[in-house]
Design a protein around this ligand. Structure first.
Ligand code: GDP
Ligand code: MG
Length: 303
């Protein structure tokens, strides 16, 4: 299909940036009306650059969700930081996200500095206002507006959708003119296998705590289309035997629960019945192992 190309059509890359856990992926899923990025209360849920495409009559927005800007402690962390930094440099417009429940943190301030440095048009989303008392918001909005980095500082809730149309309208206004690059049906750059892996990882993140979520990777061993069911085999990698015991749970109870919720999510994703076989394997230090990282797709800094 020829890209639609008219003087009035707008398109561009919109980078979603901010420290971990402020709601970047939730915001992306909300604007797309569909889950392309997994979310959880655990920091560093997002590891890849994730593209989400919103196609409208008058514009196509290519959102780039990013891993949170944080101090890296291993090779995977460095890769994640590189992804986030590259998006800040490459996007046409930035949506900077902060958590409106809290005061600005040092990490927020460092993100502001990076955004200022790029000189990209940027709007600020003060997220999670569904759980913030309005009077408490005003000083924070004032403080952010006073930086003069953002064309707009908009309180939103990515969870309830409050004020999200306003945010979207402001972003649209900053988009350059350009062609429609993607077919309207195409919503993300992730393959089905990647989405399957991410959906399973999300359930492990939601079911575990402390250091375990960070130690998890999910490798899809097989996806087989059978007559009435899609059969999926996947291995959950952890770093230590103790973490394996946690993920499996007493008598296998937790792994069973993870598998059962993940299977329902996958059935919704694929629109088919799913059989899901899950294994847990210990791979010591995989987050610093280049070979394993490559196998898991966390390789290169520009993909
Ligand atoms: P990311 O690390 O910035 O991508 O953050 P996520 O999108 O994974 O969200 C982190 C946590 O914050 C999840 O538990 C979300 O459900 C929650 N969250 C995100 N947006 C909102 C919001 O607008 N309101 C509330 N109450 N929670 C939110
Ligand atoms: Mg995320």
């Amino acid at each position: 299909m020829e890209p639609a190309r008219t003087e009035s059509y707008h398109s561009g890359f919109v980078g979603i940036v901010g420290r971990p856990n402020v709601g970047k992926s939730t915001l992306l899923n909300y604007v797309l009306g569909e889950k392309v990025a997994i979310t959880s209360p655990r920091p560093q849920t997002t590891r890849h650059r994730i593209l989400g495409v919103l196609t409208r009559e008058d514009a196509q927005i290519m959102f780039l969700d990013t891993p949170g800007l944080h101090e890296p402690q291993h090779t995977l962390g460095r890769y994640m930081l590189e992804v986030a930094k590259a998006v800040i440099e490459e996007a046409d417009v930035l949506i900077a996200v902060i958590d409106a429940r809290q005061r600005l943190t040092d990490a927020d301030e460092r993100m502001f500095a990076r955004v200022r440095h790029t000189k990209r048009p940027a709007v600020l989303a003060l997220n999670k206002v569904d759980v913030v008392k309005k009077p408490r918001l005003l000083p924070l909005i004032k403080q952010c507006a006073a930086t003069n980095i953002f064309s707009d500082c908009i309180p939103v809730s990515a969870l309830t959708g409050e004020q999200m149309p306003v945010l979207l309208a402001r972003v649209m206004a900053l988009l350059p003119t350009g062609p429609r690059w993607y077919e309207p049906e195409q919503r993300t750059n992730q393959t089905t296998t990647q989405l399957i892996s991410e959906f399973i990882r999300e359930q492990v993140l939601l079911a575990t705590h402390e250091e375990v979520p960070h130690a998890i990777a999910v490798l899809i061993d097989q996806v087989e289309e059978r007559e009435h069911v899609t059969a999926i085999e996947a291995t959950i990698f952890v770093e230590r035997p103790g973490q394996k015991a946690i993920v499996i749970g007493r008598g296998g109870a937790l792994l069973k629960e993870i598998g059962s919720v993940a299977r329902k999510q996958l059935e919704r994703l694929l629109g088919r019945k799913v059989y899901l076989g899950l294994w847990v394997k210990v791979a010591p230090g995989w987050r610093s192992n280049e070979r394993i990282l490559r196998e898991l797709g966390y390789a290169g800094t520009s993909s």
